[in-house]
Ligand binder design. Structure first.
Ligand code: CS2
Ligand code: MG
Length: 408
C-alpha cells in the first residue's frame, strides 16, 4: 500500500440471470482492490443498471474509495432529483462496494469497521407457503427441520388462482416471472380477510407457542381492514404482521395502532430515513423493514437503525431471493453490529446463485453469520455470471374483481 490515497479506476455493471436477474456493481481501484455492490431492483433491473453505467460510473472515476460518506453525499445531494428506488438502489450499490473495498484495505470484515459484533449471530426467518393449510403446515415443518426458529406463513385464498407468496407445486416462490409483461392477478380482499385468520390460527396450533410466526399482507388492506385483521389474529401471537396497508400515507397506521396490539412491520419499499420518520417517531410500527440496497446502502441503513433505536423500533431488513447474496452479506454485517437489529429475512437461493456469488456468509440452526473474510465476504465469478444474460422479468400486477387496479 502506498501512502497516497487510492483512486477508483474502473466502475462496471454486471447484469446476470442465474435463475433470476441480478444487477451487480464492480468498483476497481488503482491498488487493484475490487468492491462489489448489489443494484438489483426486481422488475426494473435495467433502470438501475443504466443509472449506474450512464450517470454514476463516469463521476466515480478518480475519486478516493475511502471517502464512503462523502461519495454518498455527493451522489444523493448532487443529483438534485433524489430519493426513489432507482436512485437509492444505485447509491446503495456504490456504498456497498466502497465498504467492501474499505474492508479489503484494512483486512477487516465490514462488521468490525461498524463497531464490532454486538451479538454472536443473526436470527433469520424464511418463507413457508402452501395453497391449502395441510400443504402450508408441511412446508413449515420442512423449514423447521432445517433449524429455522422463525417462519413466514402464506397460503392460497379461496376463489383465487394466483396469490402473492404462494406457488402451486414446483420450486420456491419467485414473484417476478420471466415474462414480457406483468401477469395480472385478481385479488379479493374480503375473501382473504375471511380466510387468513383461520390459516394463521391453524399454523399456530400446529407449531405450538415457541416458533416465531410471521405473515405478509403485502400492502392490501385499508386501515379499517388492517385493524380488523390485527384483532382477529392477536391470539396467534405473530412475531409481526407485515405491510398491512400501502404505507405512503403513514397517518393511517394510527387507526390500526389504536385497535390492535399485533406487532407491525413496514418499510421494504421505502428508500430513505425521511420516508420512515413518522412510522418510527410516532411508534406506528414495531419493525422497520428497509433493505440495505434499496435504502441507500450500509451507510443509510445505519441512519435508519439509529433513528429507530431512539424509539425502540427494531430492524428486520428485507431479504428475499431478489436481494442478491452481496446485499445479504451487507445486511448481515449491519445485523451483527447493530443493537436494535431483530431479524433478517432469508429466502435462500438456487444452487447456481451460490456458485456465481461465492460468499463467506453462512446459515446454521436458524441463524446467519457474515463470516470473517475482509470486506463484505462475497466474490463474483464473472465468467460464470456472463453465461446467464438478462431475461425480461416483471412482478405481477393485481386487479379487483371489478377490474380496477389494486396494490400487488
Ligand atoms: C416480500 C417480497 O419478502 C417479502 O417480504 O414483500 O418478496 C417482495 O414481494 C419482493 O421482494 C418484490 O420483488
Ligand atoms: Mg414483504
Amino acid at each position: 500500500m502506498s501512502g497516497a490515497a487510492d483512486t477508483i479506476t474502473a466502475v462496471d455493471v454486471l447484469v446476470t440471470s442465474p435463475g433470476r436477474n441480478f444487477v451487480t456493481l464492480k468498483i476497481t481501484t488503482a491498488e487493484g482492490l475490487v468492491g462489489w455492490g448489489d443494484a438489483t431492483l426486481n422488475g426494473r433491473e435495467l433502470a438501475v443498471a443504466s443509472y449506474l453505467r450512464d450517470h454514476v460510473a463516469p463521476l466515480l472515476i478518480g475519486r478516493d474509495p475511502a471517502r464512503i460518506e462523502d461519495t454518498w453525499q455527493y451522489l444523493y445531494r448532487g443529483v438534485y432529483w433524489r430519493r426513489g428506488p432507482v436512485t437509492m438502489t444505485a447509491i446503495g450499490a456504490v456504498d456497498l462496494a466502497l465498504w467492501d473495498i474499505k474492508g479489503k484495505t484494512t483486512g477487516q470484515p465490514v462488521y468490525q469497521l461498524l463497531g464490532g459484533a454486538v451479538r454472536d449471530r443473526v436470527l433469520t426467518y424464511t418463507h413457508a407457503s402452501g395453497w391449502e393449510v395441510p400443504e402450508l403446515l408441511d412446508a413449515i415443518d420442512a423449514v423447521r427441520e432445517r433449524g429455522f426458529l422463525a417462519v413466514r406463513a402464506q397460503s392460497g385464498v379461496p376463489g383465487h388462482d394466483l396469490v402473492y407468496g404462494v406457488t402451486r407445486g414446483g420450486p420456491g416462490y419467485e414473484p417476478a416471472g420471466r415474462v414480457a409483461a406483468p401477469v395480472e392477478e385478481v385479488w379479493d380482499t374480503e375473501s382473504y380477510l375471511r380466510h387468513a385468520p383461520g390459516v394463521l390460527a391453524a399454523a399456530r396450533a400446529h407449531v405450538g407457542p415457541e416458533l416465531r410466526l410471521l405473515h405478509d399482507v403485502h400492502h392490501r388492506l385499508t386501515p379499517g381492514q388492517a385493524a380488523r385483521l390485527g384483532r382477529a389474529v392477536e391470539d396467534v401471537d405473530l412475531f409481526w404482521l407485515e405491510d398491512v396497508t400501502p404505507a405512503e400515507n403513514q397517518e393511517v397506521l394510527r387507526h390500526v395502532r389504536h385497535h390492535t396490539t399485533v406487532p407491525l412491520a413496514i418499510g421494504e419499499v421505502f428508500n430513505t430515513v425521511w420516508e420512515c420518520q413518522s412510522l418510527i417517531t410516532e411508534q406506528l410500527i414495531d419493525y422497520i423493514r428497509t433493505c440495505v440496497t434499496h435504502a441507500g446502502g450500509i451507510s443509510h441503513l445505519r441512519r435508519i437503525a439509529a433513528l429507530a433505536d431512539i424509539w425502540q423500533v427494531k430492524l428486520g431488513p428485507h431479504g428475499p431471493s431478489d436481494v442478491s447474496p452481496v446485499a445479504l452479506a451487507a445486511s448481515l454485517h449491519v445485523g451483527l453490529s447493530t443493537p436494535n437489529f431483530a431479524i433478517q429475512e432469508y429466502m435462500g437461493y438456487e444452487p447456481l446463485v451460490h456458485e456465481v456469488f461465492r460468499h463467506a456468509w453462512s446459515y446454521e440452526d436458524g441463524h446467519l453469520h457474515p463470516g470473517e473474510a475482509p470486506g463484505l465476504g462475497v466474490e463474483v465469478d464473472e465468467e460464470l455470471a456472463a453465461r446467464f444474460p438478462y431475461e425480461a422479468a416483471y412482478l405481477p400486477v393485481a386487479r379487483r374483481r371489478d377490474g380496477s387496479m389494486t396494490d400487488w
